[in-house]
Design a protein around this ligand. Structure first.
Ligand SMILES: [Ca+2]
Ligand SMILES: [Ca+2]
Ligand SMILES: [Ca+2]
Ligand SMILES: [Ca+2]
Length: 321
C-alpha cells in the first residue's frame, strides 16, 4: 500500500480472537511478545530493510534513542537491570544500568526533551521519571489518571519532551507536561479493541500521533484528532509483535516487528554467512520450515537472494507444506 491512501479506520471489523492476540504495543511501552529477532522497516512498505537478533527470546524489550544520536535501538530488561544497545545490529549491550524494582512497569521517553530517551517507572498512577540511563533515584515524580489506565508516551504537542496520554476504550486524554493535573485535550480514535501505536509518521506533522493495527494492516493518522487514516499498509504476520521507532534517524517513525523462531540463537555478534547467490528454488525444499530456515540464514546479510519470498512477507515458499 502507499502513503496517501485514505481509509476509514472505523469501518473494518476485527474478530475478537484476533484482537486478543494483539495487545497495544506503542512507542514508550514494552515491545511485548517473544523472540530475539527484530525486523525493522524504514518506510511504510511490506519489506524489512534491517534484520538482527538481540538478547534472548523471552527478554522484555524496549525501543529508544539511548545515546541521543537520532536513531532508535533496543534495550532488554532482566529484573531491574537494563541492557541498551546503540545500533540495530547483533552484539553486546553498550550500556547496562539498574532502575526501579523487578516488578515495575517501565515506560521509555525523552522526558526532559534533550534528545535522548530514558526510563520512567509506573506504580499505580504514579510515574517516577529518570532523565539519564544510569542507576539512581528518580528526577521527577508525578501522578496522572487511574492505576487501571492504559498509557501511551509521545511528544504530543511537538514542542519537544515526551509526556503521557491515557487511553480508556477509544477515548484518549492527552497531557502535555510531566505534572499532576487534568488532560490538555481529549479525542476519540479507532475502536475500543484496537491495538494502538504511537509515532511521528510524516515530516509534515509537529508531534507524535497514533496508528491502529488490525491483523497485519496498519492505519496511521497524522493528527491527534478523530478521522480517517492518512497511511494504510500491510507488514509482517498477524502473529508478529509490532512496535515503532525512528530506525534511520530521519525524524520519521516507522514499524518494526518482533518474531519468535527464525534465525540463529541470540547473544553475541553473529558472523555473516558467505553469499550463496541465487542457488536454490522452492523445489529444493520439502517443507516451508526448511525453506524458511535457509531464507533466514541469508536474509540479514543478502536479502531474498534466491527469490524465495515472492510476495515480500518474510515467509519463504509458502506453497510448501
Ligand atoms: Ca540512538
Ligand atoms: Ca532525555
Ligand atoms: Ca511535548
Ligand atoms: Ca525513520
Amino acid at each position: 500500500m502507499h502513503n496517501g491512501i485514505r481509509a476509514a479506520v472505523t469501518v473494518a471489523a476485527i474478530a475478537a480472537g484476533l484482537a486478543a492476540a494483539q495487545p497495544a504495543f506503542a512507542q514508550g511501552t514494552t515491545v511485548g511478545g517473544t523472540g530475539a529477532t527484530y525486523y525493522l522497516n524504514d518506510s511504510f512498505t511490506g519489506r524489512a530493510n534491517v534484520v538482527f537478533s538481540y538478547g534472548e527470546r523471552t527478554d522484555e524489550s524496549y525501543v529508544g534513542d539511548w545515546d541521543g544520536n537520532g536513531s532508535d535501538t533496543l534495550l532488554v530488561r532482566r529484573g531491574n537491570t537494563f541492557y541498551a544497545r546503540n545500533s540495530a545490529t547483533s552484539g553486546p549491550a553498550d550500556v547496562v544500568f539498574a532502575y526501579g524494582d523487578p516488578g515495575d512497569t517501565v515506560l521509555v521517553g525523552d522526558w526532559d526533551g534533550n534528545g535522548s530517551d530514558t526510563l520512567a517507572v509506573r506504580r499505580g498512577n504514579s510515574y517516577l521519571v529518570k532523565n539519564s540511563v544510569t542507576t539512581g533515584r528518580a528526577d521527577v515524580v508525578f501522578s496522572y489518571g487511574e492505576p487501571t489506565d492504559t498509557v501511551l508516551v509521545g511528544d504530543w504537542d511537538g514542542r519537544g519532551g515526551d509526556t503521557l496520554m491515557v487511553r480508556r476504550s477509544s477515548t484518549y486524554y492527552v497531557k502535555n507536561d510531566l505534572a499532576t493535573g487534568v488532560a490538555s485535550s481529549v479525542f476519540v480514535y479507532g475502536d475500543p479493541g484496537d491495538a494502538v501505536l504511537a509515532g511521528r509518521w510524516s515530516r509534515g506533522q509537529a508531534g507524535d500521533t497514533l496508528g491502529v493495527r488490525r491483523g497485519n494492516t496498519y492505519y496511521l493518522r497524522n493528527s491527534l484528532t478523530s478521522g480517517p487514516a492518512d497511511t494504510v499498509f500491510g507488514y509482517g504476520e498477524v502473529t508478529d509483535t509490532a512496535f515503532t521507532g525512528d530506525w534511520n534517524g530521519d525524524g520519521v517513525d516507522s514499524l518494526g516487528v518482533r518474531r519468535d523462531g527464525a534465525p540463529p540463537a541470540a547473544a553475541g555478534p553473529v558472523a555473516a554467512p558467505g553469499n550463496p547467490g541465487n542457488s536454490v528454488d522452492c523445489e529444493d525444499f520439502t517443507t516451508q520450515a526448511s525453506a524458511q530456515a535457509w531464507f533466514m540464514t541469508y536474509y540479514p546479510a543478502y536479502g531474498d537472494i534466491a527469490q524465495l519470498d515472492a510476495d515480500n512477507d518474510m515467509r519463504a515458499c509458502e506453497s510448501l507444506p
